[in-house]
Every structure is written in C-alpha cells, then in structure tokens.
Design a protein around this ligand. Sequence first.
Ligand code: FE2
Length: 164
Amino acid sequence: MAELTKLESKLAEVLGLAQAAQGATDKIAKLVEEEDEQIAQTLRRMHEEAAETEQRATDVAGELDGKKTAILDKARETKGEATEMMSTYLGDDAEGLDGLEFLIMAEAGETGHWEILGKLNERAGQADVRELVDWALPIQQRHFEQARECSLQLAGEEDPNEVE
Ligand SMILES: [Fe+2]
C-alpha cells in the first residue's frame, strides 16, 4: 500500500467527508420532509453538491501518481467513522431538528478540514489541489450557514411547551 503524505491524507479525509455528507443529507432530508419541504429541498441541493465534491476530489486523487487507491481506501475509512458518528447521534427517535443539529457539526467539521487542506497546500503548492479548495471551501461555508439557518427556522416553528 502506498504511503500517503499529510496533504494526500487530508485530501482523502475531505473526500470521505463528502461521501458521508451525501448519506447525512439524505437521512436528514427524510427526517425534515414532513415538517418543512423547503428545508428538505435545501438538503437535497446540498446532497448534489456533496456528490460533485466527491467527484472533483476523486479526479484530483487520480492525478496523484500511484496514490489513488490508497487515498480512496483512507476516504472510505473516514466516511465510515463519520457515518458511525451520525448513527450514534441520531437514534431511532431522532426528529428533523436533531438531524439539523448534527448537520451543523458535520458541516463545521467539513469546513475546517477544507481550510486545513488549503493551509497544507500553501507550502505544497499543487495547482489542482488549490483549484479544488478554492471551489469547495465557499460551498462548505455556505453549507454550514444553511445548516444553521435551517435549524433556527425549524426551531422557530416548534412549540417550546410540547412534551418530548
Ligand atoms: Fe458540505
């Protein structure tokens, strides 16, 4: 198995998080659907963007000589860990707002990882990685904001006196 550099390993992590984000937005869209269709649609759009992020990150991994398999393996590991975190957080009784709360954490984590990849690449200076980060980071920042805004909107619609 090819050894990964720190940069390649971080690329694998953002790739794995983009894969996990597709499962997360799917699951949370289903939780939210009955409560608020517009929020569910925002989540479906986030799902599409996560799929495109996965595609673009995979393309960049494919340009790194002989590292693609190792990067995809590590990405799968990251995806597994993130998915496990989600199932720990969201039990069987999870509602839409629980899902959005999880998404705030997930999108914040994703954003942080992209920023770190960009920082590592300042010294590595790989043009394709820079291009990928420049494309993905603003989208992640928007995802984080959307997760916050959607959760606050849904919280505003809840009856605070309702017994759980
Ligand atoms: Fe995201």
